[in-house]
Design a protein around this ligand. Structure first.
Ligand SMILES: Nc1ncnc2c1ncn2[C@@H]1O[C@H](COP(=O)(O)OP(=O)(O)OP(=O)(O)O)[C@@H](O)[C@H]1O
Ligand SMILES: [Mg+2]
Length: 459
């Protein structure tokens, strides 16, 4: 993991213009002081400066600290600073991340509320994520500190808190559990289930996914999203990096409830002049791109875009700028995925098309309906090609020529014969009985015509 420059107090990895990071750090420091203001015995007797830093940080309980100090005094632990640091990490008393901070003289910033930060996991457009543990319960959690740019006013905080109350009630194997959400001086943080694994965004960087694997993940995500939708929560930011896969290949939908922070807000740094939020446009539904009211079907559109990306390594709606990509999804259909993966089975193409239908009414209506369709693909998995060797995602296509004047609805065009055939075969696959009856009817008619023609010739 990172170097000292990646630590809590470093501003370089925050989104551009996050001048208020120092405020976050100051408040996190305040929290650290507030939670560690118990009376402390003097440590002057110990000829080491590492010990007071460790004690002030609050990373160890008082009992643990006294034990460590006792061992140093008794010679059971080395007194050399570096050797002691190594020993504390080896004995799992402190983490690499914590000790690096201490060795650079920083004792602050490791305590957030009742949690001790163990490591930094990463950062995104909304804030930083840390691995932490509860001081008393010991439970390991992920802690997301929302970047101050996003918390623009009390209205945003209130909306976030309302949404997090709902998110706290979610209980589904395909949803990351939220344990707690709090704010302090406009610093919002969320405490959630820690998922050891990778996001599908990280996974995609290693190469495109075999269709069977990607479809299985999308089916699980659809179930998790369906559960959230039933509780009245729309994600609004479904994308590969918000789908975590744990070590048992279970998908966990991440960042539920944070979508409200992305919503158009006149003061938001994330809003365009038109009030349309532009966090990530590549997975956005047309209605979201237009700034219209969204429901769960918008998330299913985004899930379709994510699945498309996972399988093809390409965006369904390409373009050279976010505005162009927004326009593409409002006015056009996705680039046919068979342009990139011609071997994909037609029934998978149909499911993708339905997930990404322009009008919500033409999509799957619920998460469980979408999950069912995706699971059906897996049941008929013989028709899905076997996983190919992992390939790096192909470089993005050169941006297409700018689209002509906006058209509100796409004009359906007559598909070419090569587009008809896969559709027909998918239709037959889905309705074997009807297809058989039609085939028998056609053969019978043909036979009758032949017999009639024979009689006519004889006559
Ligand atoms: N609950 C969690 N358990 C484990 N890792 C997590 C958890 N939540 C987030 N992460 C990881 O933390 C990192 C940052 O996540 P974050 O959601 O902030 O960024 P992102 O998804 O890449 O971008 P965005 O802010 O646009 O959602 C990612 O690598 C993510 O996988
Ligand atoms: Mg995220």
């Amino acid at each position: 993991m990172g170097m000292l420059t990646e630590e809590l107090g470093d501003t370089s990895i925050w989104p551009a213009g996050s001048g208020r990071l120092s405020l976050v750090v100051a408040i996190v420091e305040e929290l650290a002081v507030a939670t560690s203001d118990k009376p402390k015995p003097a440590t002057d007797a110990v000829p080491l400066d590492l010990l007071p830093i460790i004690r002030n940080s609050g990373a160890l309980t008082e009992k643990q600290f006294l034990e460590v100090r006792g061992k140093v005094l008794a010679g059971a632990y080395p007194s050399d600073t570096k050797a002691l640091a190594d020993r504390l990490v080896r004995d799992n008393l402190l983490t690499d991340y914590q000790i690096r901070r201490f060795l650079s003289g920083k004792s602050h910033g490791l305590i957030v509320g009742k949690y001790v930060i163990l490591d930094r996991i990463g950062s995104g457009s909304m804030g930083r994520v840390y691995k932490a543990h509860h001081q008393l319960m010991g439970r390991v959690v992920a802690l997301k500190i929302i970047a101050p740019e996003i918390v623009t006013n009390d209205r945003v905080v209130a909306r976030f808190q309302r949404e997090m109350r709902l998110v706290g009630r979610l209980d589904h194997p395909n949803v990351v559990r939220a344990f707690d959400a709090d704010s302090s001086n406009n610093i919002l943080y969320i405490v959630m289930e820690y998922v050891a694994g990778k996001s599908l965004g990280q996974r995609l960087k290693e190469g495109i996914l075999p269709p069977v694997e990607a479809v299985g993940y999308a089916a699980q995500a659809a179930l998790g999203l369906g559960h959230a939708h039933e509780q009245g929560i729309v994600h609004r930011d479904v994308k590969p990096s918000n789908l975590l896969v744990n070590e048992s290949r279970q998908v966990k939908v991440l960042d539920l409830g944070l979508g409200v922070l992305m919503e158009a807000d006149e003061h938001s740094a994330f809003a365009t002049a038109d009030g349309v939020a532009v966090g990530t446009v590549d997975y956005m539904s047309p209605e979201q791109a237009c700034g219209r009211e969204v429901d769960g079907r918008s998330d299913l559109f985004s899930l379709g875009c994510a699945l498309y990306h996972l399988i093809s390594g390409k965006q369904a709606f390409p373009g050279s700028s976010p505005i162009e990509r927004l326009g593409q999804r409002i006015n056009n259909r996705p680039t046919p995925i068979t342009n990139y993966r011609p071997e994909l089975p037609p029934n998978l193409v149909l499911v993708l098309d339905k997930l990404m239908a322009t009008r919500p009414v033409d999509r799957y209506q619920t998460g469980s309906e979408a999950a069912e369709a995706l699971q059906n693909l897996l049941r008929a998995k013989k028709s899905v090609p076997a996983p190919r060797k992992l390939e790096p995602p192909p470089p993005d296509e050169p941006p297409p020529a700018p689209s002509p004047a906006p058209v509100v609805e796409p004009v359906p065009t007559r598909p070419a014969l090569r587009d008809w055939f896969p559709q027909l075969s998918a239709w037959v696959e889905q309705r074997p009985k009807t297809s058989l009856i039609i085939l028998i009817g056609v053969l019978a008619a043909w036979f009758a015509l032949g017999v009639g023609f024979g009689w006519w010739l004889k006559g």
